[in-house]
Design a protein around this ligand. Sequence first.
Ligand code: G3D
Ligand code: MG
Length: 180
Amino acid sequence: MKISEEFRFKIVVIGDGAVGKTSLIKKFTKGTFEKDYVKTIGAQFSKYNREINGDIIRLIFWDIAGQDDFNFLTHLFYKESKAAIIVYSLEENELGRNSFTHIRNWHEVVEKNCGNIPVVLFANKVDLVNENTINTTNIQKLVENLNFLKFFFTSAKTGEGVVDAFNVIIEQLYFKFKSL
Ligand code: G3D
Ligand code: MG
């Protein structure tokens, strides 16, 4: 008889404000957040369970809220994360451009606090741009330089790419820890 195993993974979702982190998590988990924590520690959590090959995977997504007044809890936020998702926005405005520039900073914070965990990049709000005009060379370069596991175009609005992107991380973690 096959014995079912259980895995628990914490995944942090980070990136500039208003790029769509909360919307993406909501879209994927279809769940509600435990919002009270936002006021207290600047983060909220969302749970999601999945089964692969009869094993149970319990995920908890940590969603960063503001960036101010939060530094003293940075360590707690990142503690024991098994993977990170960095989100930026493809919007052709200041928010979009800044969020792209800041990917490096977010990546540095992950490395500093979590070491060498898998990090994926979500280029969100793809519904707002013409996909043919996106400069994928720049993104590809960054993905290679910073050693991202992968990058995805997503839209929390239309749902494009969302399920696939999250599932790639979940499967990556499952097969990594399953074989240990
Ligand atoms: P954050 O958690 O990163 O701060 P939010 O971002 O999830 O709160 O989203 C910020 C705003 O962007 C929200 O608009 C949300 O609806 C919108 N948004 C998020 N993802 C997408 C997307 O993929 N496409 C589009 N078109 N909009 C998106 P409001 O107006 O509610 O503040
Ligand atoms: Mg949010």
